[in-house]
Write a protein that binds this ligand. Structure first.
Ligand SMILES: NC(=[NH2+])NCCC[C@H](N)C(=O)O
Length: 609
């Protein structure tokens, strides 16, 4: 979606700093030790190759002026308001998209029954014929763009329109690529009520029930038109931002094992980790349809919406969701819904704020390609980003914007939390910015790592086994036990413990190269001491094991044969000599492998830093 963050990169070890994004809000960016950045890294704005779009410069626009999925008038005015605010101009002029279907805002008057009496409730659903007919038409519109291999942007409208948008993109993707789509549903609500479980009868609370087939209906005029290839696999649905879920919806999500990240999860993990988990669930080979309900954001950022719920995402978190989905290269369609410019609680600036927010979430980033037109340099990208994120510029800017007010934006950052006081009218509320923990991914060569662990395990076990036997033999012979036996046994045990530590870290997805390098280096030194000592024992100047073995065991002539104590003791000595050789061989292999893992860890660190 939007170009990557301008300001989320800080040099390792830098103190948390408050910086401003182009859209005017501040970001507190702590820099954990594991996060390193090349200061020359350019803005990552454009070069995300699209995996599934054959025409990534083309953007199909479906502007849906429809409000029938819920009861409040005004949400049908959102597309015009967004367009007037400059959204399409930014998409075309600043980001260079070729727009298709942008010349009309559809109101579907030909499909909507002339009077409410002609569209009575059915199974408790309000306006069922109108919503069904309109979403069916939207499905055709979205399909006609998606079939061409272009990204589709639908401007709603209420969230019922997603019945059409998702049906259209699911069908096109199935036909074009033979794949199922995944849907990331960013919303305060789960919108998966069946007609029977809905507390309101509003269809904008039901789209996912129809799309996933949880709500079944045969009659064409009541969503019976949804075909199998237009459906969404419920396992490919991921929610982000939930905080107002009806009891039956909770049960549906639980029983179907739906991946849902509520605001609790966003608080607990931070949006960065939530997105990682969401995208990992979807997998890299699945086209993504992003359905963004503006009420996922806190009403502070998007007050003008039909069903606002407090305690939502910050604007930056909303942006981050869009950015990170875009960066996967898997995005094929986007919906922006439930902006209602006629609802402006408390101040008449609410609508302006909500539209600005919509503009900030959109448009999708510079199209991925090799087209020189789009190979913008950093400065150009930055300007494009700033312009595109300021498409609320036709509105007065006189109001107090807490985050562009330098007095607030430059406020001290106490322990990673920036608290700003926002004054709106007479009320005052405290806004807490959650800090996103940045997670750095290291790409370990899995096969080599497994091979390393296997060999080191074998070497350590062999050394422990042989030297433990030697200790026992000397004990029986009542001979003193030289220090290097227990020493090497200890080093081998530490190596095994280190391997288990690595396995645990891998399991926790926290295998940091620095840990591997330091651990391997310590063991390398200890192992080297052991190897030197056994080499001295084997080939040392005086009385070496090797020379004695060569004389008494391997070079013995004639070799003893037959059942006798001489033969038995010769065989015993031969096995001792061979054990020494094996210990040396595995000691050497271990030494080389310890060196190798240090090199491996270093290159993983360098590659991914
Ligand atoms: N897209 C939305 N804003 N949905 C709100 C749904 C509210 C409620 N769960 C209902 O079914 O009526």
């Amino acid at each position: 979606m939007s170009p990557s963050v301008l300001d989320d990169r800080a040099p390792a070890g830098a103190a948390p700093a408050t910086t401003k994004t182009a859209n005017g809000n501040g970001t507190s960016a702590p820099a954990p030790a594991t996060y390193t950045v090349d200061s020359n890294t350019p803005l990552n704005t454009s070069m995300t190759p699209s995996k599934f779009l054959s025409h990534p410069h083309d953007l199909g626009i479906v502007a849906v002026g429809f409000a029938g999925g819920q009861g409040k008038a005004g949400v049908d005015a959102a597309p015009s308001a967004l367009i007037e605010a400059g959204l399409l101009a930014s998409l075309h002029d600043d980001l260079g998209y070729n727009l298709h279907g942008h010349d009309a805002v559809h109101n579907y008057s030909d499909l909507i029954p002339a009077s409410p009496e002609l569209d009575p409730p059915y199974r408790g659903m309000k306006n069922p014929r109108a919503v069904s007919a309109v979403t069916r038409r939207i499905a055709e519109q979205v399909y006609s763009h998606a079939r061409e291999g272009r990204m589709v942007l639908t401007l709603g409208g209420d969230h019922s329109i997603a019945i059409g948008t998702i049906a259209g993109s699911a069908q096109a993707v199935k036909e074009r690529l033979g794949k199922e789509i995944a849907v990331i549903w960013v919303d305060a609500h789960a919108d998966i009520n069946t007609p029977e479980s809905s507390p309101s009868g509003n269809i904008h609370g039901m789209p996912l029930a129809f799309l996933t087939g949880l709500a079944k209906e045969d009659k064409e005029e009541f969503f019976g038109w949804i075909k199998e290839e237009q459906r969404l696999n419920i396992k490919k649905l991921v929610y982000i931002g939930l905080r107002d879920v009806d009891p039956v919806e909770k049960r549906i999500l639980r029983e179907n094992g739906v991946k849902a990240f509520s605001m609790f999860d966003v608080d607990r993990y931070g949006i960065g980790r939530v997105m990682e988990m969401a995208l990992a669930h979807i997998g890299a080979d699945t086209p993504i349809h992003l359905s963004f309900d503006v009420d996922a954001l806190d009403p502070m950022w998007a007050p003008s919406t039909g069903t606002p719920v407090r305690g939502g995402l910050t604007l930056r978190e909303g942006d981050y969701i869009c950015e990170s989905v875009h960066l996967t290269g898997q995005l094929v369609a986007v919906d922006l819904v439930e902006v209602n410019p006629k609802l402006a609680p408390e101040t008449d600036l609410g609508a302006h704020e909500t539209i600005r927010t919509g503009c900030s979430l959109l448009p999708p980033a510079v199209p991925p390609d090799g087209d020189p037109k789009h190979n913008v340099n950093v400065q150009d990208s930055k300007q494009a980003w700033e312009q595109s994120h300021d498409c609320g510029r036709t509105f007065s800017n006189e109001h107090h914007d807490p985050l562009t007010d330098p007095a607030v934006a430059d406020a001290a950052v106490p322990a990673g939390i920036m608290a700003s006081t926002v004054t709106s009218g007479s009320s005052s509320l405290v806004y807490e910015r959650r800090v996103v923990e940045r997670v750095h991914r290291y790409h370990w060569p899995a096969i080599q790592l497994n091979f390393w662990m296997l060999i080191m395990l074998a070497a350590s076990c062999l050394i422990i086994g042989v030297f433990a036997t030697f200790v026992e033999t000397l004990h029986v012979l009542e001979q003193p036990i030289p220090w290097y036996y227990p020493y090497y046994i200890t080093v081998a045990c530490l190596t095994i413990a280190f391997i288990f530590l690595l396995l645990w870290l891998i399991f926790q997805r926290r295998l940091l190269p620095s840990i591997v390098m330091v651990g391997a280096f310590i063991i390398f030194v200890m192992w080297l001491v052991g190897l030197v000592v056994i080499s001295i024992q084997l080939w040392g100047p005086r009385n070496s094991i090797s020379s004695r073995c060569n004389i008494y065991v391997f070079g013995r002539d004639p070799k003893p044969k037959g059942e006798s104590d001489v033969t038995r003791s010769w065989l015993q000595q031969k096995s001792v000599c061979q054990s020494w050789q094996a210990v040396f061989a595995f000691g050497l292999i271990g030494q080389i492998f310890l060196f190798w893992i240090m090199v491996m860890a270093y290159s993983v660190f360098v590659d991914d830093a």
